[in-house]
Design a protein around this ligand. Structure first.
Ligand code: NI
Length: 226
């Protein structure tokens, strides 16, 4: 399931992140790629020890924590600290790859299983040419270019690429999330059920049937969550 979270960041957060990122120095992006991915990866990344990283991560995680749409779609249990990348000039693309299944926490405290990947766009679409995030899922190939502050969430198991940026610069934040529900099909059903219940609650209120179905949602989550 491919899901957009519009305006994850508010205007102040976006401006603050862009201010911090404008002062940043970037390094070769291959530092976090697996062996296959490193062969096709050609971009830049913010190094772990960059002075802006902590503040940037705090802003992103704060925004994720207050987003009910992100919560119901990803059902997050652990989130790897977000990374930041830049595509421009010679370092301008990331060919088709699959994200590594296991990611070490930067502080060495263990692995996070990547079930859900997310890209938060930080450049406006008119600031660069090319640079679509292209994702293959069971319904075909989707190219995405969202406005700054908006995010796309997709299963980490899908093959994807960032097509070459031919003009300007594309800055984004990318994330790996371990979900309480590891199976994407189960996650999707829970998401659809939760959204349908939300609509029912708004249109007909808390009827007996709605309450009962809400119970079923939670019982499924109890059954499937780890
Ligand atoms: Ni990737």
């Amino acid at each position: 399931m491919l899901l957009q979270v519009p305006d994850l960041l508010n205007a102040e957060e976006l401006a603050e992140m862009r201010r911090l990122l404008a002062q940043s120095e970037w390094v070769d992006g291959r530092v976090t790629a697996g062996t296959q991915a490193a062969l096709v990866k050609n971009n830049q990344q913010l190094p772990e020890n960059a002075p802006q990283v902590m503040a940037l991560r705090r802003l992103v995680l704060g925004a994720l924590n207050r987003s009910p749409l992100f919560f119901t779609a990803a059902l997050p249990s652990r989130i790897l600290p977000p990374f930041f990348n830049r595509y421009s000039g010679e370092a301008n693309h990331y060919g088709f790859h699959v994200d590594n299944a296991m990611r070490m926490m930067p502080d060495g405290s263990g692995y996070v299983r990547a079930d859900v990947s997310a890209t938060l766009f930080l450049s406006e679409p008119d600031e660069y040419e090319g640079g679509e995030l292209v994702i293959d899922d069971t319904f075909g190939r989707h190219g995405l270019k969202l406005k700054a502050g908006s995010m796309v969430v997709y299963p980490s198991s899908s093959v994807h690429q960032v097509s070459p940026v031919t003009k300007g610069a594309r800055v984004a934040c990318f994330m790996f999330i371990q979900s309480m529900v590891r199976d994407p099909a189960q996650r999707r059903m829970l998401y659809e059920m939760d959204m349908a219940l939300l609509q029912l609650r708004q249109s007909i209120g808390e009827t007996e049937a709605v309450v009962q179905l809400t119970g079923v949602y939670h019982n499924l989550l109890r059954r499937w969550a780890e």
